[in-house]
Design a protein. Structure first.
Length: 295
């Protein structure tokens, strides 16, 4: 019986890395591989150039000094390169909670691919708390003086669901074409100049930091009295009750992790929404205490 040839790696080769490497990479042509990588890099640059050429200045905004391709430009790049979008998970609704109470959000998981550029996966989300969907302007004497939250029935849930999908596609296209760290100098080659459209997070239109609304002294008194009532019934310290009442959890839209926000004993630091959340929590706590005594 003829001996069967065995091309598998011997145990001795695994134990001796130097010898094993010689066997595994004996026929590896370094120059050929380097030439291949250079060709791929050149091909990627050309595809990226085609995508950028398809956009114009209106498709870009200035995001804290860095150019950002808006959704109009994303779909132009998708169309001109023939990018394929595959939904790995359709918009999924989940619930979370913050200082203003419960709210819903949608998350969509997609794969963006191209025969020559490879593929990448991306997750996009949108929530009931997104300012674009949840806030409406407040006018006084014909002038806009601020914004306020819309009641739930005024918010279009279908639009939030769709937004999670477009956010996922946008993120995937940005990743596949490496657009996240592009500069205005690079875009100047394609006759795209720095735009006047700006996105500055946590700032007002004049560039100053937006101050959080503060609660009134009356609200501070109301919170303190509610905490003192609970303290009388439970024997806890008033300060400990306030810290417990003002703590809350929320779901991070980027990582989908549940994050804990610690409570606050300095009530003047609370926002009106967080104060309302704390009062609701303490009202529920008092009801539970009363129900326990009655039973």
């Amino acid at each position: 019986m003829s001996e069967e040839k065995n091309d598998s790696i011997e145990v001795s080769q695994i134990l001796n890395p130097a010898e094993s490497s010689m066997v595994l990479y004996e026929d590896f042509d370094v120059e050929q591989q380097v030439a291949l990588f250079k060709k791929r890099a050149d091909l990627f640059t050309k595809f990226k150039m085609i995508a950028l050429t398809a956009t114009n200045q209106l498709d870009w905004c200035d995001q804290e000094g860095t150019p950002y391709l808006e959704i109009s430009g994303v779909f132009k790049a998708k169309a001109v390169l023939g990018l394929n979008i595959r939904y790995l998970e359709l918009p999924k609704k989940t619930w979370s909670e913050d200082e203003m109470g419960k709210f819903y959000m949608y998350t969509t998981h997609v794969e963006v691919s191209h025969p020559f550029l490879g593929s990448t996966q991306a997750i996009g989300s949108a929530s009931q708390r997104d300012p674009f969907f949840s806030k409406k302007p407040i006018y006084k004497n014909g002038k806009k003086v601020g914004t306020e939250l819309k009641p739930a029935f005024e918010i279009n849930e279908v639009n939030i669901k769709k937004k999670s999908g477009t956010n996922a596609i946008s993120r995937g296209v940005h990743d596949l074409l490496a657009l996240k760290n592009i500069t205005w100098e690079e875009l100047a080659q394609y006759k795209i100049q720095k735009t006047g459209k700006k996105v500055e997070y946590g700032k007002k239109g004049n560039g100053q930091k937006e101050e959080k609304p503060k609660i009134t002294k009356e609200k501070v008194l109301e919170l303190t009295e509610a905490a003192e009532k609970i303290a009388e019934q439970t024997g806890q310290k008033t300060e400990d009750i306030l810290i417990e009442a003002t703590a809350y959890k929320f779901k991070d839209k980027e990582t989908e992790e549940i994050r804990n926000v610690p409570g606050e004993s300095d009530l003047l630091k609370l926002t009106p929404a967080r104060a309302t959340h704390a009062l609701k929590w303490m009202a529920g706590k008092l009801k539970d205490i009363e129900a326990e005594y009655e039973s």
